[in-house]
Design a protein. Structure first.
Length: 282
């Protein structure tokens, strides 16, 4: 019973840490929304002045690469396996060849290797929200270096996304290349004021900088949502563990009371038997 109570205290602490982490990552995603809105408006202005930056469509199936955000910590169930199955099915349904894989987490790298995909480059999973920005920077540098060798390659982003009620689901999107519909939607974005601003300097330079900001938002959002999903999965596991411990502790308590009562009954029977044996006339 004492061991079960100690274990229950540990589980409650882990639940509190997981719940706090979920809130932290969700707040970071919400805060990123304002930044993303600013980048969208800036891209809208640049694309109005230079509306053709997306590459022309080609009939040749493009090579593709993918980024997969996993987890290296325990108590998350099939967090990595669910995402790996979804990513493998999605990539297999696309035309062309998967040329490059980047993974976040050693466990995800092992799953990618077992799936028969190209050997991935791996990045460590950030432990806190402060580690997300450096990770995003390294991922973007790796993507930029890869695009120097494969300018027409497609880049896909896969991660787990938390659900509104509970749990998570795997999602994926094409991050690059930017297409004509993306340009068209941004160019038509309404400006919140009556007069449009002007781009200082060359439009191409500003556009390249804002595209980097746009890609930063996508990768940061994917990483933060993956970490929030991981902690949501861990929180659900801790809730199940807490319920199981409570049931186990209840059973132990009942067993303890039963054994204690049996011991008391046995002692009473011995006292009665001794009294009867010592009584006159017995």
């Amino acid at each position: 019973m004492a061991a079960a109570q100690d274990l229950s205290a540990v589980v409650r602490s882990m639940k509190a840490v997981a719940a706090s982490s979920i809130t932290q990552y969700e707040r970071s995603v919400d805060a990123l929304t304002d930044y993303y809105r600013t980048v969208e408006l800036a891209l809208s202005v640049c694309l109005r002045e230079r509306p053709s930056v997306a590459p022309s469509a080609t009939a040749t199936p493009a090579t593709r690469s993918a980024i997969l955000f996993g987890s290296d910590l325990g108590l998350v169930g099939r967090f990595n396996e669910v995402l790996m199955d979804y990513a493998a099915q999605t990539l297999a349904s696309l035309p062309g060849k998967t040329q490059m894989i980047w993974t976040v987490g050693e466990r995800m790298r092992a799953l990618v290797t077992d799936a028969g995909l190209p050997p991935p480059d791996n990045f460590p999973v950030p432990i806190t929200i402060d580690g997300v920005t450096p990770l995003v920077g390294r991922v973007l540098i790796a993507i930029e270096a890869h695009l120097h060798h494969d300018e027409n390659g497609e880049i896909y982003l896969f991660h787990n996304q938390p659900l509104a009620a509970s749990g998570y689901q795997p999602v994926g999107k094409r991050m690059l290349p930017l297409d004509k519909s993306w340009e068209r939607d941004l160019a038509r974005l309404p400006w919140p004021a009556k007069r449009l601003p002007q781009v200082i300097g060359e439009t191409a330079t500003g556009l390249a900088a804002f595209i980097q900001g746009y890609l930063f938002v996508l990768v940061f959002q994917a990483c933060a949502q993956s970490l929030a999903s991981e902690n949501a999965s861990r929180l659900a596991a801790m809730q199940r563990a807490e319920d199981n411990i409570a049931d186990r502790l209840s059973n132990l308590t009942r067993s303890y009371h039963r054994l204690r009562q049996e011991s008391i009954d046995e002692e009473l029977r011995e006292v009665i038997a001794g009294y009867q044996a010592a009584s006159p006339g017995r």
